[in-house]
Design a binder for this molecule. Structure first.
Ligand SMILES: [Zn+2]
Length: 88
């Protein structure tokens, strides 16, 4: 049996693993911002090939709940909303 590389949700405290047909979300770092986008296997594969930049790696989320929690944590850490950062 072929074992697919299981992706785990990067959500805080979330233990979900991605199944074949699950529609997950990605948070892609883009400078000071993040871009939320639907799962893109090609993008994920490219990201896995550059482990030398862990802080810039793409985050995988099982749904909007985990993704929005991550954005809240990011905002709390940086003390500014992503919108305000983008205007700077
Ligand atoms: Zn999750």
């Amino acid at each position: 049996m072929k074992i697919q590389c299981p992706y785990k949700c990067d959500g805080d405290g979330c233990t979900k693993q991605k199944g074949e047909g699950n529609k997950w979300l990605l948070l892609v770092p883009d400078g000071l911002c993040f871009v939320a986008r639907p799962w893109d296997q090609e993008l994920v594969d490219i990201d896995e090939r550059r482990p030398e930049w862990p802080e810039n790696s793409i985050k995988h989320y099982c749904g909007i709940g985990c993704l929005s929690k991550a954005l809240s944590a990011w905002q709390a850490k940086h003390g500014a909303s992503p919108v305000e950062e983008a205007k700077a």
